[in-house]
Design a protein around this ligand. Structure first.
Ligand code: HEM
Length: 396
């Protein structure tokens, strides 16, 4: 098999192909997308921190000046939202936005969520165990992070069912070469979500609550577009990956039963186990960067104006960095995985994600000590945001 992000077999198991890339072609041109694939941990890590690359080039040049086609006009509502969030801008705007949002998204605020996260987990896991199991993705993995981030932001209960479909539709645009239909769906979702958040933010500005939208709405320096972009980013980034760490993580444990037993017998391993599950089957397989100046990677010249595709899943299995990288070791102590990124865009939500994952894996390990798989899971088609469609288990 070769690198083929549209092939379901590759998506289900990309690791042997990554081994070959790291060994034989650690920096290689991928014709179908016109990107340079970067497979080794050292290169991925260095490029994430290298300011000669960026998630955007629009702070330096227009599309035309950078030799790129402008986005089609119908996509304007989508890019308006996405380009107003910190993830898709570069300094100085990124620095300003990240500083402002960090003011509201403080470590204290995140840590204060722990009891709420625990309560939400307990309710979900109780219901799940009581009925003997079911689809772990739909019944625990998805509702947990969506509920947590919706509560933090202050999205009313009655509207929460809208969030997951909006987020999933928006994320459709992030896959490689999205179809016309996926593009239109993403644009529609971004417009609807944006209108919804504008109304909510106006209401909270007039009558603030204790939530994050109220806090953001009080920050005068944040424009309305930036506030909307930030909320969409927090809602999307705040749950898509966590869902997939839960699903992929349990699937990894079921395939490595001795590690599952080891963890069940010693729950003090939970923090290292969560990091290892994120390394072993990375939920976000690839991140892209624009090359803003000519660079050289591993002796290969890469010209300004192209994109590099940083293969996180490959970096996380690099034998130069990890002993026995293909072995799942829930007690792995030295684990510099790259799943939360690196450099200026390092995941702002990492502390919250860790709380959610430790609480949910812990509750399931305690309350469902005999949980086992009842059918072979199926992967979603997406490669970049890579996760299971469902994970059927029994808890009896
Ligand atoms: C296990 C779950 C998660 C994973 C694996 C993850 C991964 C990542 C990665 C890799 C990036 C950097 C992308 C890049 O450099 O191109 C990122 C950025 C970000 N993440 Fe997460 N994330 C997770 C959970 C969360 C949560 C729960 C939140 C918030 C509630 C969140 C909010 C963000 C934000 C705001 C950024 C943008 C930071 C910036 O551009 O400065 N993430 N995340």
């Amino acid at each position: 098999m070769r690198f083929d992000p549209w092939n379901p077999d590759f998506v289900a198991s990309p690791y042997a192909v990554y081994d070959e890339l790291r060994r034989d072609a650690p920096v290689s041109f991928f014709e179908p997308t016109g990107q340079w694939l970067i497979a080794r941990h050292a290169d991925v890590n260095a490029l994430l921190r290298d300011r000669r690359l960026g998630r955007s080039y629009l702070h330096l040049a227009t599309h035309e000046e950078f030799g790129r086609e402008p986005e089609p006009e119908f996509q304007e509502p989508f890019w308006r939202v996405v380009n107003a969030g910190m993830l898709d801008v570069e300094p100085p705007v990124h620095t300003r936005l990240r500083r402002l949002v960090s003011k509201a998204f403080t470590p204290r605020m995140v840590e204060s969520m722990r009891p709420r996260v625990r309560a939400i987990v307990e309710r979900l896991v109780d219901d799940f165990v009581e009925k003997g199991g079911g689809d772990l993705i739909a019944e625990v993995a998805e509702p947990l992070p969506v509920t947590v981030i919706a509560e933090m932001l202050g999205v009313p209960d009655a509207d929460r069912h809208l969030l997951r479909p909006w987020s999933a539709d928006i994320c459709g645009m992030y896959e490689l070469n999205p179809s016309q239909e996926a593009q239109h769906t993403a644009v529609r979702a971004a417009s609807e979500f944006s209108d919804y958040l504008k109304d909510l933010a106006r209401a909270r500005k007039a009558a603030p609550g204790e939530d994050l939208i109220s806090a953001l709405a009080q920050i005068e320096e944040l424009t309305e577009d930036e506030l909307v972009g930030t909320c969409v980013l927090l809602l999307n980034a705040g749950h898509e990956a966590t869902v997939n760490v839960t699903g992929n993580g349990w699937w990894s444990l079921f395939r490595n039963p001795s590690e599952l037993v080891r963890l069940r017998e010693d729950l003090s391993l939970l923090p290292t186990a969560i990091e290892e599950l994120m390394r072993y089957d990375t939920p976000l397989q690839m991140f892209e960067r624009w090359v803003l100046e000519d660079i050289e990677v591993g002796g290969v010249a890469i010209p300004k104006g192209v994109e590099v595709a940083l293969l996180f899943g490959s970096a996380n299995r690099d034998p130069e960095v990890f002993d026995e990288p293909d072995t799942l070791d829930v007690g792995r102590a030295d684990n510099p995985h790259i799943s939360f990124g690196a450099g200026i865009h390092f995941c702002l939500g990492a502390p919250l994600a860790r709380i959610e994952l430790v609480e949910s894996f812990g509750a399931l390990l305690r309350r469902a000590p005999a949980m086992e798989l009842t059918s072979e899971p199926v992967w979603n088609p997406g490669y970049i945001i890579r996760g299971l469609r469902s994970l059927e288990v029994s808890c009896d």
